[in-house]
Design a protein around this ligand. Structure first.
Ligand SMILES: Cc1cc2nc3c(=O)[nH]c(=O)nc-3n(C[C@H](O)[C@H](O)[C@H](O)COP(=O)(O)OP(=O)(O)OC[C@H]3O[C@@H](n4cnc5c(N)ncnc54)[C@H](O)[C@@H]3O)c2cc1C
Length: 377
């Protein structure tokens, strides 16, 4: 019954009523969430669907791990122990009112147990976590490296520990409470420096603000890290495919590898729409020039630059390095074969990742050798 309530077609309205109730009981909570709640409602609906489904099936292991992570993550929003108490009250009040016609003692017991489980695991994990929930950072540099692309370098107030290839959530002052995922483009630095590469997507609120409005001195907030993109240094040669700023996590992995004298061979395809948008080629070529295990093939969808590109000219490869190929990444990469013997890492927009993965599998690459980040937005 509880699970059915959060999976029925009008579940979004039920979850909307829960938030209205929570904000009425505990008004300061409203300030922790973005002005537009649609994404948050959808996310909380997915959480309830998963947790209640598993809870009813009497499987606790995965929901506990999931809720504990969620609790630790929510510290970055400023969620405190008191907020979990009011969350539990609001969720109970909303469900019991919504299901009042069917509400029995057994359902009341089940609802209390499930709600205490959700709030208890999240708050317990949050309280047990020793480190900070968020890191403040000051923008040192903002480079508009193409019309729609910016490289942003920050000094964090204290160093953030993350693995190369992982991603974090970021809040920028132009868009308070609208946290977005970004992948650091360099490995973790003991002095707290960090670098992000951001592409403005059409109609995208945060990415356009970062590319067009970010200034040195801006204060950002950064969350702890997630993700498991990695190179197994004993796992054979590597194929990396980056679309636009999808380069960031692969670049962090390459920079980390360059600390070692011996590495598996890495072939990186770096793609963009126009030649002038291959914004980081100079750095990649420099790394390749000093690390013979790295090959870089630039790929652009169009072979010539658009009229606005005069400020961002195309760059030519040093003698002996791969020249630019024209075409879409899935086509160009599979022209070279199926890459079935490689560990394969793909990073970019969900559409590019899906198309490239499908093309590689069609050419014989085993799906289990292909890694990419989850495509959530
Ligand atoms: C694990 C992970 C790591 C990421 N790392 C980076 C990174 O290092 N650099 C970076 O620039 N971006 C990165 N992103 C994408 C980023 O988190 C945002 O989704 C993106 O910047 C759009 O945010 P927005 O607020 O501008 O758009 P929103 O206002 O959230 O969305 C506006 C519109 O843009 C569309 N949209 C959202 N994201 C994309 C996308 N990636 N491509 C095309 N259309 C999109 C939406 O569907 C919507 O229609 C990453 C995403 C994930 C999941």
């Amino acid at each position: 019954m509880l699970h059915a309530a959060v999976t029925r077609p009008d579940a979004d309205e039920l979850i909307g009523r829960f938030y209205t109730c929570w904000f009425a009981i505990d008004p300061p909570v409203r300030d922790l969430f973005p002005p537009d709640m649609a994404g948050q409602r959808a996310l909380f609906g997915q959480v309830l669907d998963f947790v209640l489904g598993e809870f009813i099936a009497q499987r606790a292991e995965e929901p506990v791990a999931f809720l504990a992570q969620l609790g630790r993550d929510h510290r970055k929003y400023g969620v405190t122990q008191d907020h979990y108490e009011t969350l539990a009250h609001a969720l109970y009040a909303t469900l019991s009112s919504d299901l009042s016609d069917e509400w029995t003692d057994a359902l009341d017991d089940a609802a209390r147990q499930a709600i205490n489980f959700i709030a208890g695991v999240m708050s317990g994990a949050a309280e047990a976590e020793p480190g900070p929930g968020r890191w403040g950072g000051t923008v040192l540099e903002h480079h508009r490296v193409s019309r729609d692309l910016a490289v942003v370098r920050l000094q964090l107030d204290s160093p953030l520990d993350y693995l190369p290839g992982q991603y974090v959530k970021v809040e920028v002052p132009q868009c308070p409470r609208r946290w977005r995922y970004l992948s650091p483009a360099i490995p973790a630095q003991p002095d707290g420096r960090i670098e992000f590469h951001v592409r403005a997507v059409t109609g995208g609120m945060v990415s356009n603000a970062v590319v067009a409005e970010t200034r040195p001195g801006d204060r950002w907030a950064v969350s702890s890290s997630h993700g498991a993109l990695e190179v197994d240094r004993d796992g054979g040669d590597v194929l990396m495919i980056a679309g636009s700023t999808g380069l960031a996590p692969l670049r962090a992995l390459i920079m980390d590898m360059s600390r070692y004298g011996v590495n598996p061979r890495v072939h990186l395809f770096f793609g963009a729409r126009y030649p002038c948008e291959l914004y980081d080629l100079q750095t990649l070529w420099q790394v390749a020039a000093h690390n013979p295990w790295l090959s870089v093939t630039p790929v652009s969808e169009y072979s010539t630059d658009p009229p606005w590109a005069t400020d961002y000219p195309d760059v030519q490869p040093p003698r002996g390095l791969h020249v630019r190929q024209s075409g879409l990444l899935p086509e160009v990469v599979t022209r070279y074969g199926g890459w079935g013997d490689r560990q394969i890492l793909i990073s970019g927009s969900p559409a590019m990742v899906n198309a490239t993965k499908a093309a590689l599998i069609a050419k014989g690459a085993p799906a289990e050798r292909i890694q990419h980040d989850p495509p959530f937005g």
